[in-house]
Write a protein that binds this ligand. Structure first.
Ligand SMILES: *Cc1c(COP(=O)(O)O)cnc(C)c1O
Length: 376
């Protein structure tokens, strides 16, 4: 049987592009999030294939978490297949009755956010009762029981032989903005005042910004994005401010250089015109690799670890960059689309996302399947 190569350098490389996952930085960021809410246990949130990092690739860096939270049952199976015997939480709970069999078999904890999920539990046959996380809609208006219906749901679950412990849960809509968490934290505290059970409230933004408040300290925090090296409240704060490190680098190389004369244009739609002589590099990375097509002229990029900018439109397989700050760069030079360059320079994914009108979450989740990954 051919052994499956762990590192893309074992393959012939089709193009000089690679995403690299930084194990030590995952570990660093997880430790940082623990310090933000020191009394709480920390879920490693690994939904969306560990925010695009790959569950298997991120696991080594995150195995210090107290549990893993996700929402895809196949991803839960993958975490168990890695040998993880600790807690796994399904953040959206089950979608159909047979999912409960998998919960029993893999001993998954699951969120209960609606009556239909309680109905399924009531009809489920299980030897071992389940640990459930009862979710309150405290203002997000996505998942959860409205406050006035929460206690009835709790009582109904508590009466079921299929249910063991009930943890109380909510989720904040504005932890990363000026509105903050107060309005929701108050509703949650009032509604749950004398209910027994552990509590879990905060995501990354809540833990970083309000981790010292009793409401967020709770028993479990649920950091995702910060662990993956993106500041949830960028641009108000960046990862340097929060002491976080990039955990994913998307890097490629220059595959061509062009010398523009004044008046020359670049790329589709001729959206960029050189005003003066300009040397540009062509990077083997485009939107078919997951680079955001809406990144305009000016979007930051590192060439040989030196900060410069995109010029012209992002193509399917290429972007073009201004080589003015790096006159020595040429064919084969390193281009860092986000993350860490060989010389140690950092380009936070948040800056690229911001320029393209999106957030770090979307970029890291969207690296295309054709991009080979490595782990360091
Ligand atoms: C995704 C998610 C988190 C993590 O949020 P971040 O903003 O990435 O820290 C926490 N809790 C729930 C319920 C989630 O769905």
């Amino acid at each position: 049987m051919p052994k499956s190569p762990r590192h893309p350098r074992d393959y012939p490389m089709p193009r000089p592009i690679q995403a690299t996952i930084h194990t030590e930085s995952l570990r660093h960021n997880l430790a940082r999030m623990r310090r933000a809410a020191p009394d709480a246990r920390a879920w490693g949130v690994v939904k969306a294939n560990a925010y695009g990092h790959g569950i298997e690739r991120a696991f080594e860096g995150l195995r210090g978490a107290d549990g893993f939270a996700l929402l895809d049952l196949q991803e839960a199976e993958r975490v168990r297949a890695l040998g993880w015997r600790g807690p796994i939480l399904l953040l959206e709970g089950v979608f159909e009755p047979r999912d409960l069999e998998l919960c029993s078999r893999l001993s998954l904890w699951h969120t209960v956010h609606c009556d239909e999920q309680i109905d399924m539990l009531a009809a489920h046959k299980t030897q071992l009762p389940h640990r459930v996380f009862l979710k309150m809609n405290s203002g997000m208006n996505r998942l959860g029981f409205a406050p006035h219906r929460y206690r009835a749901a709790w009582a109904r679950l508590d009466a079921l032989p299929q249910v063991d412990e009930i943890t109380l849960m909510t989720h904040f809509s504005d932890a990363d903005t000026a509105r903050g968490i107060g309005h929701q934290a108050r509703v949650f505290a009032e509604t749950t005042r004398d209910l027994p059970g552990e509590r879990t409230l905060g995501n990354s933004a809540a833990a970083l910004r309000f981790g010292q408040e009793a409401a967020v300290r709770a028993d479990w925090v649920r950091p995702g994005i910060a662990v993956y090296g993106s500041a949830p409240d960028f641009p108000e704060h960046d990862i340097a401010h929060w002491g976080l490190q990039p955990t994913m680098t998307l890097a490629s190389r220059l595959i061509a250089v062009q010398q523009l004369r004044p008046g020359d244009t670049v790329g589709y739609g001729s959206s960029f015109t050189a005003e003066a002589p300009l040397r540009i590099g062509v990077v083997a990375c485009g939107y078919a690799d997951g680079y955001p097509r809406h990144g305009p002229t000016g979007t930051p990029v590192l060439v040989d670890g030196v900060r410069t900018r995109l010029v012209g439109r992002v193509s399917m397989d290429m972007v073009t960059v201004d080589l003015t700050p790096v006159p020595q760069a040429g064919f084969g030079s390193e281009a860092t689309l986000w993350g860490r360059a060989a010389n140690g320079a950092v380009l936070p994914i948040d800056e690229v996302a911001r320029a393209a009108g999106t957030v770090g979450y979307e970029l890291m989740c969207a690296v295309a399947p054709r991009v080979p990954f490595a782990v360091d």
